[in-house]
Write a protein that binds this ligand. Structure first.
Ligand SMILES: [Zn+2]
Length: 310
C-alpha cells in the first residue's frame, strides 16, 4: 500500500495578478518538495459536473464559466480572480479530490494527497470567495456519501482560515462531521463555536492570534479527536492549509513545521482505528513558499510512512 499524489499542470493556468499570494509558485514549491518521496503519481482528472451539482447550483457553475476572461483577469470578489485557464484549473481540483476518494475507497492505495490550486474551502454554495471557486473537499465528501454509499465521512480543516465554504455546503449534511480549526478573528470572520450545523455535526475551534503548537495540540486533544472517535468515520478527508505556520504572511498563528507532522500522525491514528487508515488530503492555503513546501512535505511524508505501516 502506498500514498497517491494527484496533481496536474493545468493548475498553473490559474495565474493570479502579480503580487497575489495565491500564486503559481505555490504549487511549484509543493511539487519540488514532494519530488523525493516515492508516491503513486497520477494526473488529476477534470471534475464531473454531476459531482459539482451536489454542492453548487447549475446557475453558479455557469456563472463562473461565463466569467472566465479571454485575457488578463476577471474579478469574482475583492481577492478572487479568474484567468483564462482558471476554470480548467478549478476542474482539476474537483476531479483530483473525487478521483482520490475513488482510489482510496477502492483499496488500491492507503491514502492520497491532492496538490491542486485554486483552493476550495471558502467557496460557498453560490459564492466564489477567498481565492476559491468550487468546494473541492465538500464535493468529494458528497461523492463518497452518494456514489460510494458511505454512511459517515469526516472532514478536518486545519487551514488557518475558517472553512466557511465547506461549512455552508455541508450545513445540512448529517452524515458528515466537519471540524475546522482557525485563527479568530481573521478572514472570513465566521467559525465561532456556536455555528454547529443543522445536526450539531460541525465543530469550530477558534485559536487566538499568536498561539502556537501547544494550544493547537490541546484543542485537538480536547475537542476534535474525541469527536472523531465517537463519530467513527468510514473515510477521513483533510483540508490541508499550511498558513497556520509561523512564517505565513497572511495570518498570525505560530505553528512549526513539526506541528503539521504531529497533527497528521494523530489524524492517521484516528483513521487507523475508524476506517483502516483511509485518508484523502487536499491542499488549501499556505503562502510562505518555504514554509508551505516544508510543511506539505512533512504532511505527505507522514501519510507515506503510515501507508507503509498500515
Ligand atoms: Zn487559509
Amino acid at each position: 500500500m502506498t500514498t497517491a499524489l494527484f496533481t496536474h499542470p493545468d493548475c498553473d493556468l490559474h495565474a493570479e495578478p502579480p503580487g497575489h499570494p495565491e500564486q503559481v509558485a505555490r504549487l511549484t514549491a509543493v511539487s519540488r518538495a514532494l519530488a523525493p518521496l516515492d508516491l503513486l503519481r497520477l494526473d488529476a482528472p477534470l471534475g464531473d459536473e454531476a459531482d459539482m451539482l451536489r454542492c453548487h447550483p447549475a446557475a453558479y457553475i455557469a456563472r463562473v464559466k461565463a466569467a472566465v476572461p479571454r485575457q488578463n483577469w476577471a474579478s469574482m470578489d475583492g481577492d478572487t480572480y479568474l484567468a483564462p485557464g482558471s476554470y480548467q484549473a478549478a476542474l482539476r481540483g474537483v476531479g483530483g479530490a473525487c478521483a482520490a476518494v475513488d482510489l482510496v475507497l477502492s483499496g488500491a492505495v492507503q491514502n492520497a494527497f491532492v496538490a491542486t490550486r485554486p483552493p476550495g474551502h471558502h467557496a460557498e454554495t453560490a459564492t466564489a470567495m477567498g481565492f476559491c471557486l468550487f468546494g473541492n473537499v465538500a464535493i468529494a465528501a458528497k461523492r463518497a456519501l452518494e456514489v460510494h454509499q458511505l454512511a459517515r465521512v469526516a472532514i478536518v480543516d486545519f487551514d488557518v482560515h475558517h472553512g466557511n465554504g465547506t461549512q455552508d455546503l455541508l450545513w445540512n449534511e448529517a452524515r458528515c462531521l466537519f471540524a475546522s480549526s482557525h485563527q479568530m478573528p481573521l478572514y472570513p470572520g465566521t467559525g465561532s463555536p456556536d455555528e454547529r450545523g443543522a445536526h450539531g455535526q460541525i465543530i469550530n475551534i477558534p485559536l487566538r492570534s499568536g498561539s502556537g503548537g501547544a494550544e493547537m495540540r490541546a484543542a485537538y486533544e480536547a475537542q476534535v479527536f474525541p469527536a472523531l472517535a465517537a463519530f467513527s468515520p468510514q473515510l477521513l478527508l483533510i483540508s490541508a492549509g499550511f498558513d497556520a505556520h509561523q512564517a505565513d504572511p497572511l495570518a498570525g498563528l505560530n505553528w512549526a513545521t513539526a506541528d503539521f507532522a504531529w497533527l497528521t500522525e494523530r489524524l492517521c491514528d484516528v483513521a487507523d482505528k475508524a476506517c483502516g487508515g483511509r485518508v484523502v488530503s487536499c491542499l488549501e492555503g499556505g503562502y510562505d513558499l518555504d514554509a508551505l513546501a516544508a510543511s506539505a512535505a512533512a504532511h505527505v511524508g507522514v501519510l507515506k510512512e503510515r501507508a507503509h505501516g498500515g
